[in-house]
Design a protein around this ligand. Sequence first.
Ligand code: SAM
Ligand code: SF4
Length: 332
Amino acid sequence: MAEKLIDAYSRIARKLRISITDRCNFACLFCMPEKNKVKWIPKEDILTFEEIERLTRLFVKLGIEKVRITGGEPLMRKDVEKLVAMLAAIPGIKALDMTTNGWFLAEKAYKLREAGLRGVTVSLHSLRRDRFAKISGIDALDRVVQGIDKAIEAGLAPVKINSVAIAGYNDDEMIELVDFARKRNISIRFIEFMPLDGLGVWSQDKMIKGEEIIRIVSAKYRLIPKGREAGDTATLYDFEDRIGEIGVITPMSNPFCDTCDRIRLTADGKLLTCLFDTRYNDLKSFMRKGLSDSELESYIKKYVYMKPPGIAYMPWIKTGWEKPRAMHAIGG
Ligand code: SAM
Ligand code: SF4
């Protein structure tokens, strides 16, 4: 029986998101800072595959069951399939998935599947070429669609779509995006725009609430609510004909912090126990100073215990949010 990673509010961490790079070939307006203002993590500070594997092994020993590889753009990391194989081989991992922008997916899908990746979530915020380019900073719609189809063909499962809903950008495309996913019988999740963007463009009126998205989609489809499982981020709905699935992720309008079971490891080896925390607990330095596995485990347990209660209780809610990092450097 694995030991448990428990916090002061009795939540048990079961899912780990590992950012393996902060670099990205896209420049999504809700994520990246301006090109000349990006401060990339220096190469020497990025965890090696061996370091990621060592820490993941410890996390799994401490009760983590599901691991998601993210970034930046994780498929930009050279030989990423080697890392996938190393992580997939860790005894006790029940699911290994990845979130990607899809650019390299068509060429990597089979290799990733063979290496032991289970599923892939691909971000797709518009189906109109010019709009895709405006939102993601690159003319890549066709290539991303090819990536999604190749992932399905390669047998990665589940394949899901993530769409950040932004007023004035893609709010008139909800039905088209839903139909795109239904055509492939896959799940689509709309995420509320969070104030973790590098450009500082976030504002309340650019955010489309989950309930509004459900209202829009319900005008075409009868949705059958499935609810949100404890620990999950998405509130899910089936379609009447059971083809595809839709979810809304509502960290802003209806936070799910009280059952949160996720923790994050950044590309430079910092343990972040909440997306909105400002404390980055440096495991890499400890590891590089030569601490033993049991010493590292003690630090991991201590930091998880200090996980904040949730977004509504953050001290900065009153004083204003000075985000220490943009989304590409956290991992989403
Ligand atoms: N590059 C990969 C991608 O885009 O899928 C993985 C990293 S990205 C940071 C992880 C997820 O966070 C993506 O689905 C992305 O759309 C989402 N995301 C980025 N910035 C966001 C924001 N400010 N609010 C909500 N979701 C955001
Ligand atoms: Fe890159 Fe993903 Fe951020 Fe877009 S959301 S800039 S694809 S890391």
